[in-house]
Design a protein around this ligand. Structure first.
Ligand SMILES: Nc1ncnc2c1ncn2[C@@H]1O[C@H](COP(=O)(O)OP(=O)(O)OP(=O)(O)O)[C@@H](O)[C@H]1O
Ligand SMILES: Cc1ncc(COP(=O)(O)O)c(N)n1
Length: 260
């Protein structure tokens, strides 16, 4: 069985972070493992508190997992501090793990800061180990220190980020004015993955789900473009299934394929 490791924060309400990733991995029929960077106290209404895991203990988790069950792919989400980030980057480099998808989670949809100082430099060492980074539009703008106002600027930003960080880039369109179109720049070619914006406010954890689904595709041996296409299809189905839990921005339905 193919194995996928998620390195991310815990969302006790089960919609984002580690919990969303493990549900995604299980829904793909793969074996999921988790290294937790932080505990968060949150629900569909927002994040009330964050407790980061000390970097030394993060390293112990990483060493325990990787030395025993080597992951075929890795997804990385929330990283509260630089010390943690350096531990993760060093482990990936040392173990020569290359199927790595980094979702540069900066803040929760509700606004609470989740990762580091959110500057381009914060992620530098980690992006160097990534096969793909998946910023949303505000995150891509923040990484470049530039505004992204339309599709042409999304294409330019993806090319600039790919050049700056020497990795493939997927800019997600969930924060665009219309549609839900995502743009992949592999370093050689650019491709749009069109999406219809579904009229559903229950989109907590869409970014986590997309990035872990891409990691699943890579673990299964698909090339990047196909892994992204399949992940977008999975994500769209999980939003469209119309689960409605909680009093705020609710979670996705990861089990929708099993009920078909
Ligand atoms: N209402 C929607 N309908 C369809 N697809 C959507 C919708 N909202 C977001 N998406 C898709 O969800 C994925 C995540 O996009 P988004 O830009 O929201 O990332 P994000 O902000 O990192 O996610 P998160 O909300 O988990 O932090 C993308 O594939 C995007 O196109
Ligand atoms: C642990 C953790 N990781 C990531 C997110 C981002 O997800 P969202 O933007 O949908 O709140 C989150 N809320 N919590």
């Amino acid at each position: 069985m193919k194995t996928v490791l998620t390195i991310a924060g815990s969302d006790c309400s089960g919609g984002a972070g580690i919990q969303a990733d493990l549900k995604t991995i299980a829904a793909h029929g793969l074996y999921g493992m988790s290294v937790i960077t932080a505990l968060t106290a949150q629900n569909t209404l927002g994040v009330s508190d964050v407790m980061p895991v000390p970097a030394a203990f993060l390293k112990e988790q990483l060493d325990s997992v990787i030395s025993d069950i080597r992951p075929d792919a890795v997804k990385i989400g929330m990283i509260p501090d630089k010390e943690q980030l350096l531990v993760i980057a060093a482990a990936l480099k040392e173990q020569k793990i290359t199927q790595v998808v980094v979702d540069p989670v900066m803040a929760a949809t509700s606004g609470r800061k989740l990762s580091g100082d959110a500057s381009g430099d914060f992620f530098l060492e980690l992006f160097a180990e990534a096969a793909l980074i998946t910023p949303n539009i505000p995150e891509a703008a923040r990484l470049l220190g530039e505004e992204i106002r339309d599709k042409k600027e999304v294409e330019q930003a993806a090319a600039s980020l790919a050049k700056k960080y020497h990795t493939a880039v997927l800019i997600k369109g969930g924060h665009a004015d219309t549609g839900a179109d995502d743009y992949l720049f592999t370093g050689k070619e650019g491709v749009w993955f069109p999406g219809t914006r579904l009229d559903n406010t229950n989109t907590h954890g869409t970014g986590c789900t997309l990035s872990s689904a891409i990691a699943c595709g890579l673990a299964e041996g698909f090339l990047l473009k196909e892994a992204v296409r399949r992940a977008k299809e999975y994500l769209t189905g999980a939003i469209a299934a119309g689960l409605d839990l909680g009093h705020g921005n609710g979670p996705l339905d990861h089990m929708y394929r099993l009920r078909k």
